[in-house]
Design a protein around this ligand. Sequence first.
Ligand SMILES: NC(=O)c1ccc[n+]([C@@H]2O[C@H](COP(=O)([O-])OP(=O)(O)OC[C@H]3O[C@@H](n4cnc5c(N)ncnc54)[C@H](OP(=O)(O)O)[C@@H]3O)[C@@H](O)[C@H]2O)c1
Length: 271
Amino acid sequence: MDVYNKRILLTGATGGIGEQIAKELAFKGAKLVLVARDIQKLEQLMSALESPYHHEIISCDLANDESIRLMDCKLKTLIKTWNEGIDIVINNAGHNQFQLLSRKNTGQIYSELSLNLTGPILVSKYAINGWLNQPGLILNIGSTFGGIGYPGYAVYGAAKSGLYRFTEALNREMHGSNIKVHYLAPRATKTRLNSQQVNDLNSELGNHVDTPDYVAGQVLKMIHTEREYCWLGWPEKLFVRVNQILPGLVSKSIQKQLPTIYRYMTTSGTK
Ligand SMILES: NC(=O)c1ccc[n+]([C@@H]2O[C@H](COP(=O)([O-])OP(=O)(O)OC[C@H]3O[C@@H](n4cnc5c(N)ncnc54)[C@H](OP(=O)(O)O)[C@@H]3O)[C@@H](O)[C@H]2O)c1
């Protein structure tokens, strides 16, 4: 899909990856609705974009059902004003806390599940029922950890793998309509999502870390080519495949890393 002149709702727009996606989309002539919680950061981002007057901002807590319902109301009002709907939804907002499950409190568990899984599901439902054009595209941003269960990311992995299956099921459910649902899974990327402990762990394990502008470029490419699924990075995308067929092999390789992972996890504070 060509993004020129398309209306695109982008969640997590002020984050490391979101900001780069917003800049590239605006540069290519898309009209954006930027979503995050911090209104000041949204305003700053909007004014820094190409053609700021083409864009809108909405403050929304995507881990909160009522806040998402209010966003749906605002979008319906905007759509009446524009007299046109939204063409693309990018469910990009996400968060994780690298920690043993036994050390997480119930609130943290629910908040990770809500933001990374329930939020995109609700946004997709409101979009389909109310304001997504046909042809329309929903692009869900997942993670390598949605394809490989990894220590320290049990809840995040559960949410992102759930998001993957949700994408697959909804895409099949919508077959015959003109709405497509796709999934892009970045590997480690240099943003503030990752604590210093996680950056140090990646560096000690020799894990490659992508730049946000690389990931944003892949997002644009995926929209352009309408590719359904994309796992970023070698060898991560290979491990995701191997994990489906021979999970024991991947477990053995992760077991070797466990002492290092535990060392960084025990010093990891809450974000
Ligand atoms: N960075 C990585 O290593 C990595 C790897 C694989 C996948 N990903 C995925 O890529 C996506 C973008 O991540 P990122 O690295 O760019 O993260 P980031 O830099 O931490 O940005 C997170 C964005 O989400 C927004 N956000 C956080 N909590 C929210 C909430 N409750 N409601 C609404 N918005 C909320 C933040 O804005 P406010 O705080 O103002 O709300 C911010 O705009 C996520 O889905 C993440 O899971 C990242």
